[in-house]
Ligand binder design. Structure first.
Ligand code: PEP
Ligand code: MN
Length: 338
């Protein structure tokens, strides 16, 4: 249930709503908007409560039920776009934020070279996996903690924020100690223990869409992060499983405007994992920016032929530089910049 306060409602009136909700055993989340406050009332039995219980309270403008399963991620709770700020880089505003780098952190030279290349081409966040969620237990699982140390070193050397994946709820403190953004992969989109732990950490997070999940399930998963008070949530479309097998996954480009319609959260696109092949990445990346994505997560390797993971879908430094030039003009044509 959403309680919209009147413009100019005084803090005591907001407190009155919060106290009434608590007396009924409900949880509350406040959206202190620029001109009005919205109070979300959360609990198992809100469906059984009459909206009049809150509508009669002083300072209340309206009370509505959110009929969708997701609440805090919805536009009903927060009408204005959310901005996620990462060390001065804002995601969800006019700038299209490019996050790029290798699939996996492999060694000092590889990561430093990747950071140099992507920064030179205008990317502003470095990606690199230290804990890799691999389909087979026999594949390279990532460097773990020593990979995190290399990421922290690259961040310091190149003055660029880093994003890296966390796969285990017990590693959230460890990974957030090194990373500026935590990545949750599609295999973990519904790992609620992991989401709750990241929610508590308050660390900025990129939540990838599970490859067999609907947009509604994805936004409801985002509620797990938001419910713990972590408002620094970015969604990432990375392709879903369909009957089509000509690319690695089917990129659901529709989800970008759909998310913009139903949610206030920023949404970025990962063209690399959808494509599975370097030759397809630029076209998908261009389409994503044209569709209104707030950023891209792209795999770039100094020497894709030598990559330990996902070399086939990684862009070379020169292909990435060319793509960035193309993206700049597309961003401009849709009123954005890179
Ligand atoms: C990745 O970003 O390196 C990755 C493993 O992607 P996904 O989890 O989307 O397959
Ligand atoms: Mn990868």
């Amino acid at each position: 249930m959403i309680v919209e306060m009147r413009t100019g409602a005084i803090p005591e009136e907001v407190d009155g709503v919060v106290e009434r909700a608590k007396s009924l055993g409900l949880n509350v989340q406040l959206n202190l908007g620029t001109d009005k406050t919205v109070v979300a009332l959360l609990g198992r039995n809100t469906g059984q409560l009459s909206t009049d219980i809150f509508a009669v309270l002083p300072g209340v403008e309206s009370v509505t039920r959110i009929m969708k399963p997701y609440k805090l991620a919805s536009r009903e709770f927060k009408a204005e776009d959310s901005l996620v700020s990462i060390n001065g880089v804002e995601v969800g505003g006019k700038r299209v934020v490019i996050m790029a780098g290798p699939c996996a952190v492999e060694n000092t030279e590889q990561l430093a070279e990747a950071a140099r290349i992507i920064k030179e081409s205008g990317a502003c966040i470095l990606r690199g996996g230290a804990f890799k969620p691999r389909t087979s237990p026999f594949s390279f699982q990532g460097m773990g903690k020593s990979g995190l140390e290399l990421l922290a070193r690259a961040r310091e050397q190149f003055g660029i924020p880093v994003i890296t994946e966390v796969v285990d709820p017990h590693d959230v403190d460890l990974v957030s100690g090194y990373a500026d953004i935590l990545q949750v992969g599609p295999r973990n989109m519904q790992n609620y223990a992991l989401l709750t732990s990241i929610g508590r950490s308050k660390c900025p997070v990129v939540l990838k869409r599970g490859f067999s999940c609907t947009v509604t399930e994805w936004l409801t998963a985002a509620d797990y992060l938001l419910a713990e008070g972590n408002s620094q949530v970015i969604l990432c479309e990375r392709g879903i499983r369909t009957f089509e097998d000509s690319a690695r996954f089917s990129l659901d480009i529709c989800s970008v405007p759909v998310i913009k319609r139903f949610s206030h959260l920023p949404v970025i696109v990962d063209p690399s994992h959808a494509a599975g092949h370097y030759s397809l990445v630029p076209a998908i990346a261009r389409a994503a920016v044209a569709a209104g994505a707030d950023g891209l997560l792209i795999e770039v390797h100094p020497n894709p032929k030598e990559a330990l993971v996902d070399g086939l879908q990684s862009l070379t430094p020169s292909d990435f530089a060319r793509l960035m030039d193309e993206l700049r003009s597309i961003a401009k044509s849709v009123g954005r910049y890179i």
